[in-house]
Design a protein around this ligand. Structure first.
Ligand code: NDP
Length: 536
């Protein structure tokens, strides 16, 4: 009997995998691709014969093709995931921990292979892709190690309900939908996927249309580590596939992407009141106080704004630098920016702009700023050399320039002279975004400024250091979204709170009955005064 069940389960997995992938074969864990140059513009995914085709952003060589999941296929994937979710939840923390540890181990051993695939499909340098996988592994390992501690049932009591034991439980949603972006195609979705699985959910994952091969690789890896049931299934396609996932009746949607798409996700989920976790864009600022270590600040600012070719939600996009250190900071920054090499070769520091359409947005933001009186002290319009954009630093940018309000997904930074850190804080808080940020100061005032920065996360004397710190929740406020991934808050995001009261003995003061004795109300009132009435 058990073997029959196993065969059935494997059949389900195969079905899900076949639905997700065609024309791309996997041998010894290495992805073999057709290696056919596409006649389309490099890096722009397209649909051909119901298949989503992803190509290398530099060479246009096909990376993989994947069957597009129609709304019916999305619904089928969610249906297949439901029994998987029931089995997974039933395993409990230790059963899940044991199986997810296999995923961690497999991911660790395959880091090089996965990094090569990220490089091929997204274009980022292999070193950055490797660090991305390493970071994802740390968060996944933390989630599985801490899920029991964070989500275990807690008992409580209430003075006027002594006759009941009160328990607070965290139950999984069942099937969770995860919609991911392309800029960190492993780190970002795995933040949600890891927390969701550790909390006892199964996941249906819609990778970005720009990185479906990476998404499929992850789903395959999970299937190899956990062959019993498809606890992670990938569905591929364009925006409609993501929209179908929002409407599929999953227990929760965890979305990471632009603020504009976040609004669409929220609207789609409103129909069914499906809870949403939204990790959207940012317009992060660095504040450099007059007492800052200028060289360290400039070095961190350069990396924070240019890493991943500026395609990071928590990338530094604005720097507010106190007048006494402004000139020294700018000189060091320009020096650092000039040393950044763009390319696809191994020695490159940054890769191409993965989404070709972003190049026009970057160009229009830079041109708009220059037309309003800004100056380029590094890069500028001539730094836009598709598919690359070289580091660009703008000064004298007025606050009404588009670049000051809209997210820039490229290696472009604006630097502003301010009187002091206080003015920097006021101006950094002037956007509707509120994701991350950074403060450089040698004094304890740095912490004060950090606390008052309107953002979900701030690094003092560092940049993005909160991203790789496993216990820390990640997320923003305002236009940057709501909810958290990573850490204990991330685990709680993927479970709903259930309370149970259990009577231990008869009530001394009966209140929950139409037949309550006449003195009950008086006694309840007396007890309440005794407990809380002394503060006058
Ligand atoms: P998009 O918003 O374009 O897409 C994100 C995902 O949503 C993709 O999988 C996309 O599919 C899907 N999608 C598109 N339309 C819909 C729809 N109507 N309903 C449901 N899903 C849909 O973002 P990008 O992929 O361009 O990613 C970059 C953005 O992500 C930036 O704004 C960045 O700041 C943000 N980001 C935020 C992070 C955070 O944690 N706060 C982390 C990383 C990135 P498809 O690709 O097929 O269109």
């Amino acid at each position: 009997m058990p073997s029959t069940i196993n065969v059935k389960r494997r059949g389900i997995i195969l079905l899900a995998m076949m639905a997700a992938r065609t024309h791309t074969s996997q041998r010894s864990g290495i992805w073999q691709t057709a290696h056919v140059a596409s006649p389309r513009p490099p890096g722009v995914p397209f649909v051909e014969n119901n298949c989503l085709v992803s190509t290398n952003p530099i060479t246009g060589v096909e990376v993989g093709r994947f069957q597009v999941a129609t709304p019916q296929l999305v619904a089928r994937a969610v249906d297949l995931a439901r029994p998987a979710a029931a089995w997974w939840a039933e395993l409990g923390f230790s059963g899940r921990r044991q199986r997810l540890a296999r995923v961690v181990s497999l991911l660790t051993h395959r880091t090089g292979e996965l990094a090569a695939l990220i490089h091929e499909e997204n274009g980022k340098p292999v070193g950055d892709a490797t660090l991305e996988v390493v970071g994802a592994v740390q968060h996944l390992a933390w989630s599985i190690r801490n899920a029991r501690r964070v989500l275990r049932t807690r008992r409580s009591w209430a003075a006027l309900r002594m006759e009941h034991t009160l328990s607070i439980e965290h139950q999984p949603y069942g099937v969770v939908g995860v919609i991911g972006p392309w800029n960190y195609p492993v780190f970002t979705p795995l933040g949600s996927i890891g927390s969701a699985l550790a909390a006892g959910n199964a996941v249906v994952f819609k990778p970005s249309e720009y990185t479906p091969a990476v998404g499929a690789y992850l789903a395959d890896l999970f299937a190899q580590a956990i062959p019993d049931w498809p606890v992670l299934t990938a569905v591929h396609g364009l925006g409609e596939t993501g929209a179908a996932l929002c409407r599929s009746g999953v227990g929760k949607i965890a979305f990471t992407g632009s603020t504009a798409t976040g609004r669409l996700v929220l609207a789609a989920c409103a129909d069914t009141l499906t809870p949403t976790l939204l990790e959207c864009g940012g317009k992060d600022a660095m504040i450099v106080a007059g007492d800052a270590d200028v060289e360290a600040a400039a070095e961190a600012c350069c990396w924070g704004s240019m890493t991943n070719a500026g395609q990071a939600c928590v990338g530094i996009e604005r720097a507010y630098v106190a007048d006494p250190v402004f000139d020294a900071f700018l000189a060091a920054l320009v020096r650092n920016a000039a040393a950044v090499r763009a390319g696809f070769a191994e020695e490159a520091d940054i890769g191409p702009i993965t989404m070709p359409a972003q190049i026009d947005i970057i160009r229009s933001q830079v041109t708009d700023a220059l037309s309003r009186g800004a100056r380029a002290v590094a890069g500028g319009p001539e730094a836009i050399q598709p598919p690359f954009v070289l580091p660009t630093v703008l000064v004298d940018v007025p606050d009404d320039a588009t670049i000051m309000q809209e997210e820039t997904f490229g290696p472009v930074l604006t630097v502003h002279r301010v009187r002091d850190a206080e003015e920097g804080l006021r101006r950094s808080n002037s956007t509707a975004y509120g994701l991350g940020g950074s403060v450089f100061s040698r004094s304890s005032h740095g912490m004060v400024i950090a606390r008052r920065m309107r953002s979900g996360m701030t690094a003092v004397n560092g940049v993005m250091s909160f991203v790789g710190s496993s216990p820390l929740p990640f997320g923003g406020i305002g236009r940057s979204g709501s909810g958290r991934v990573h850490g204990a808050a991330g685990l709680r995001e993927f479970s709903w709170t259930k309370v149970i009261t259990r009577r231990r003995f008869r009530s001394l003061i009966v209140t929950e009955s139409f037949g309550r004795p006449p003195g009950s109300v008086r006694w309840a009132d007396r007890c309440s005064r005794l407990l809380h009435g002394r503060g006058r």
